[in-house]
Design a protein around this ligand. Structure first.
Ligand code: CS2
Ligand code: MG
Length: 423
């Protein structure tokens, strides 16, 4: 421990000011709805450095806001913002009731805000704190969807013209109203559109009929030099998923996502036995334990668990390193219900992480981007972070206050006979 003229003997002086400078003096939860709900945690140190973390959990925003406000914020005041790992351990091990999307999203918000503060104190962009650049920009994929195959193919073409090198494609399913992923009237797809869950109907046979035809057409229309992805969104049984993965093999997808619900991680063994189509899973996971079997047995190729729902940068570094040991790459979730704060932090992580795969990139609305100014930019099919210290995203609190929370929940799905299914 060293002392010098301007700090008293009791404070530890490090390269990031004194522990007194780093003392957390304020932490508050900001809920705003610029077109859709977002929850943001703002932490401030005694020296006036502010960090932000995304705490948005689509359809359960207020649960996380309360977890933060009522249980984590009181434990933050007075702590040293530089003790990122210790605070993570305190909130993870100290929760007693560990893991789960609400807990890990709240912990993630604290963690990202602290990493943001550290970057600002060090005068370094987040990717530099993690270990520096591994690439120029993060390959991203856009969301193309259409009510039918032709419309979906047209949408893919539009994203190609915008410079995207990778596009996720979803299309309507004949005979199924409101199939997953299909937006109406050209607006971006926002599934949480009603105060109580909208009921949708699902038919696997009708879906399995149309998807191979969609990709056959996309390859015919757009050739092989665009990466195509598809999201099954948890709808198939393991054997149905194996069949679809095999049926789309000729079209060489970059990945087939959430082919089957993954609580039973072993179910992916069946898909792997039948197909070489790359598999991605994990946007609904919130810790390494949700995907340990999948990764160590190489049952997947990309892990989708992202910073906002997976416990923040501190936990995702561990998860990404574990995945890297088993040749699994990252493919962060990046839908519009993850705020620009998460996107900013994710892109710094993507810029550093050695086993990077791809980053999902759905365009946020104008209103959202005005509330969350950021320095990342899209260029040549990739998103590029800036060199602003921290993660490069801020919040306009005055503007945020103009958009009050609007209760919304995600849809549910039932089969045609009324059985509950996976949305
Ligand atoms: C989807 C998400 O982007 C995706 O891969 O699975 O849009 C998902 O439906 C939403 O994030 C749910 O809130
Ligand atoms: Mg998905």
């Amino acid at each position: 421990m060293s002392t010098n003229a301007h700090t008293d003997a009791h404070t530890e002086t490090t390269t990031h000011g004194s522990s007194r400078d780093r003392e957390i003096v304020d932490a508050r939860v900001i809920v705003t709805c610029p077109g859709r709900n977002f929850v943001t945690l703002r932490i401030e140190t005694r020296s006036g450095v502010v960090g932000l973390g995304d705490a948005t959990l689509n359809g359960r925003e207020l649960a996380v806001a309360s977890y933060l406000q009522d249980h984590l914020v009181p434990n933050l005041i007075g702590r040293d913002a530089g003790r990122i790992e210790d605070i993570w351990q305190f909130f993870y091990r100290g929760a007693y009731w560990r893991r789960g999307p609400v807990t890990m999203t709240a912990i993630a918000a604290v963690d990202v805000a602290l990493w943001d503060i550290l970057g600002k104190m060090a005068g370094l962009p987040l990717y530099q704190l993690l270990g520096g650049r591994s690439r120029e920009g993060a390959l991203v994929y856009a969301h193309a969807n259409g009510r039918d195959i032709s419309e979906a193919s047209e949408e893919v073409g539009k994203y190609r013209e915008k410079g995207f090198l990778a596009v996720r494609a979803q299309c309507g399913v004949p005979g199924v109203k409101k199939a997953y992923g299909i937006s109406s009237g050209g607006k971006p797809y926002e599934p949480a559109e009603s105060e109580l869950p909208a009921e949708t109907v699902w038919s696997t046979p009708k879906y399995l009929e149309v998807v191979p035809k969609l990709f056959e057409r996309l390859r015919a229309d757009h050739g092989n030099d665009v990466e195509l992805l598809h999201d099954v969104h948890h709808r198939l049984s393991p054997i149905e998923a194996a069949r679809l993965a095999r049926d789309v093999e000729p079209y060489r997808l970059f990945w087939l996502e959430d082919a089957t619900p993954a609580e039973n991680q072993k179910s992916f063994e069946l898909i792997r036995q039948h197909s070489v189509t790359p598999l991605a899973v994990g946007e609904v996971f919130n810790s390494i334990w949700d995907c340990k079997h999948l990764i160590e047995n190489q049952l997947i190729d990309y892990i989708r668990t992202t910073i906002v729902h997976g416990g923040g940068i501190t936990h995702l570094r561990r998860l990404a390193d574990f995945a890297g040991l088993h040749q699994v790459r990252t493919g962060f979730h990046g839908a519009t219900d993850l705020s620009p704060v998460c996107m900013g932090a994710a892109l710094h992580f993507d810029t550093w992480v050695p086993n990077f795969g791809i980053q999902e990139y759905m365009f946020h609305s104008e209103e959202t981007n005005e509330v969350f100014p950021h320095d990342y930019v899209f260029r040549d099919g990739r998103l590029h972070v800036g060199d602003t210290p921290g993660h490069g995203v801020t919040i306009d609190e005055k503007l945020a206050a103009r958009y009050p929370y609007s209760p919304k929940q995600l849809p549910i799905a039932r089969l045609e006979d009324g059985s509950m299914w996976d949305w």
